[in-house]
Design a protein around this ligand. Structure first.
Ligand code: AMP
Length: 283
């Protein structure tokens, strides 16, 4: 059975679980402390630290893995990214003490000491900018380092910026943007199970951004209704038995604009408007 490495705790855990459930691969038989479980009877899941997942996949201990793009980039192993899962969004940034007066990378002088959980990415980033730095590798809580006097700046993950702020730090540069990724090794990427999993997950992600809309539309308003539908394709029209001047319309529309679409349909005299979630969507 193919093996997939999943985060055993932390920020990505809940979203990974929900995505797999939505894709019809619920985590079964995982007791509180167990390190493995079955995923819908199709995969064996192993639960490990998010930062170990790239190494496990690269070394062959797992065929696939789900973890943050930042964690994939740090060890620099040869891995294939199958899918951006669009959650766990964050940015790896350079931050300086607010009271240092430094507001941009250009203002850094001398040879700053940089504390980071991402020493390799940090080194590569500053080498690319031709700025000599001394990297101070830490295993967590890099944001405290400037206050302890062991570093001048940090390279750390942030999403809302609130942790940086609470710790008196100001973002002064971007190293990379990150989100959760489905990863594998090159030789596994073309195997049917990898392609099927990637397809199943992408169909769930695509469906999340869309809604299925049904409405009875006055026949003489069809052209105007079509203009208001930003949907994928269609709409599909079908006769309503005894529907008189109405036809039934079905369309897939972006969830972000469904509120406006429904209001427009209503104003055009549509009736029986119904909006539902879509479980999966394949183009
Ligand atoms: P964790 O296991 O909670 O330490 O986080 C694992 C991964 O979650 C990180 O490597 C990032 O890919 C992602 N992540 C998303 N948002 C954040 C955030 N605000 N701070 C740190 N990590 C984040």
């Amino acid at each position: 059975m193919p093996r997939i490495a999943l985060p055993n705790k932390g920020r990505l855990q809940d979203d990974v679980k929900t995505l797999l459930e939505d894709a019809g691969l619920p985590i079964r038989g995982r007791s509180e402390r167990s390190l493995t479980a079955s995923l819908g009877g199709e995969f064996e899941a192993i639960f490990v630290r998010a930062q170990d997942i790239p190494e496990f996949v690269a070394d062959g201990a797992a065929d696939l893995g789900i973890t943050g793009a930042d964690l994939v980039a740090e060890p620099g192993r040869a891995l294939t990214e199958l899918l951006d899962l669009e959650f766990g969004k964050c940015r790896l940034v350079v931050a300086a003490r607010e009271d240092s007066g430094v507001t941009s990378l250009e203002q850094l002088t001398g040879r700053p000491r940089v504390a980071s959980v991402f020493p390799r990415l940090t080194r590569a980033f500053f080498e690319g900018r031709k700025l000599g730095v001394d990297v101070v590798p830490v295993s967590g809580a890099a944001e405290i380092a400037p206050h302890l006097g062991i570093a001048d700046i940090v390279v750390d993950l942030t999403s809302t910026g609130s942790t940086l702020k609470v710790n008196g730090l100001r973002e002064i540069g971007l190293v990379m943007e990150s989100s959760a990724r489905l990863i594998t090794r090159d030789e596994v990427a073309s195997k049917p199970f990898a392609e099927e999993l990637s397809l199943a997950l992408s169909s769930v992600l695509r469906a999340r951004g869309q809604r299925y809309l049904m409405a009875n539309v006055p026949k003489d308003r069809l052209d105007q209704v079509r203009e208001r539908l930003p949907g994928l394709n269609g709409p599909t029209l079908s006769e309503v038995l005894g529907g008189g001047r109405f036809v039934a319309m079905h369309a897939v529309v972006p969830s972000a604009s469904v509120y406006k679409t429904v209001a427009a349909l209503k104003s055009l005299g549509c009736e029986g408007i119904l909006v539902t979630r879509i479980e999966r969507l394949m183009p």
